[in-house]
Design a protein around this ligand. Structure first.
Ligand code: SD4
Length: 304
């Protein structure tokens, strides 16, 4: 089976992908690979949209969402609206490995993480607080901004809130064809405190099944989660569709109902084929690392 190992990652994330590849090569464990890859992205605060110090909520606080899924057991570990712990994907791994549960949220997820040995520390930085103060200031100058917009414009504005935010979602397959997925995000900027996006929702942010492959999504999570795009994509691949066709089918479904919303889905089949589709963005980029490549390779797909 040599040569089956592969990592596919949403957006132009070569460094995190290479870190995941390093771990995959040394452990042959796809779960460890996606956990370390996503954690790398959190530590370098990729695009300001993964990890601490980004996307402050209405109160100025950064909270984090993440998921890890094992395609062999179909077991998941998810964390939503995690406060004051930087290593959110590692906490999700603890939920996967050390509990019978699937999803922990908020302050009590923080308590769990602290019991598991994680350090409690602020997720705000000078930069995230400055971003929040600026937004707050704008809000004060525009009282009732949302209320005064006609309904269709409110819908459009909500869809466009996703314009600058991205999730890292990573799909890894090892030599034996075992698949795992991981994703991590600090969610939507200026969200209502308590909001959880699609990333820690199994089947929405990501999904893996060793019989078929894996998929992951990025974009406006409030809209994406209404379609379970990752689960849908895996099921279409199970029924024989190529990843690129499956991705397009899934994104077309979302576009039909929410033409303005931004979203992308990326999938990998156990035969090593991969594909993606997006809507609402100009284009969608993803990177893939494979056995015979010396580095991660960047791909771009135009939106449907
Ligand atoms: C969310 N889907 O929380 C995440 C963020 C994201 O591209 O992917 N943005 O809505």
């Amino acid at each position: 089976c040599s040569g089956r190992s592969i990592i596919a990652t949403t957006w132009n994330e070569p460094f995190s992908t290479n870190e995941a590849w390093r771990v995959l090569k040394s452990t042959d464990d796809p779960i460890e690979a996606v956990v370390e890859g996503c954690s790398y992205s959190e530590r370098i605060q990729s695009r300001g949209t993964v990890g601490y110090g980004g996307s402050p909520d209405e109160n100025g606080e950064t909270t984090l969402d993440a998921m890890v899924m094992d395609g062999l057991t179909l077991d998941v570990g998810c964390v939503g609206a995690l406060r004051e712990i930087k290593d959110v994907t590692k906490v999700a791994k603890m939920v996967l490995k050390h509990t019978e549960h699937s999803l922990l949220v908020g302050e009590l997820a923080t308590d769990f993480a602290v019991k598991m040995g994680f350090k409690r520390e602020t997720l705000q930085t000078e930069k995230s607080l400055e971003m929040w103060r600026k937004w707050k200031d704008e809000q004060n100058r525009l009282p009732n901004f949302w209320k005064n917009l006609p309904a269709d414009q409110q819908k459009r504005a909500a869809a466009n809130l996703a314009d600058s935010h991205d999730t890292i979602t990573m799909i890894a397959m090892n030599q034996l064809g075992r698949v795992a997925v991981g994703c991590s995000t600090n969610g939507l900027k200026h969200k209502i405190p308590g909001r959880v996006g699609d990333s820690p929702i199994p089947g929405s942010g990501a999904y893996a099944d060793d019989e078929v492959g894996g998929a992951g999504a990025t974009g406006n999570g409030d809209i994406l989660m209404r379609f379970l795009p990752s689960f849908h994509m895996v099921e279409l691949m199970r029924n024989g569709m190529k990843p690129s066709e499956a991705a397009e089918h899934v994104m077309k479904r979302m576009k039909k109902h929410y033409p303005e919303a931004r979203g992308a889905v990326l999938g990998l089949s156990i035969s090593g084929e991969f594909g993606a589709a997006c809507t609402g963005y100009e284009c969608f980029e993803f990177v893939v690392r494979r056995e015979n490549d010396e580095d991660s390779v960047l791909y771009k797909v135009p939106c449907i």
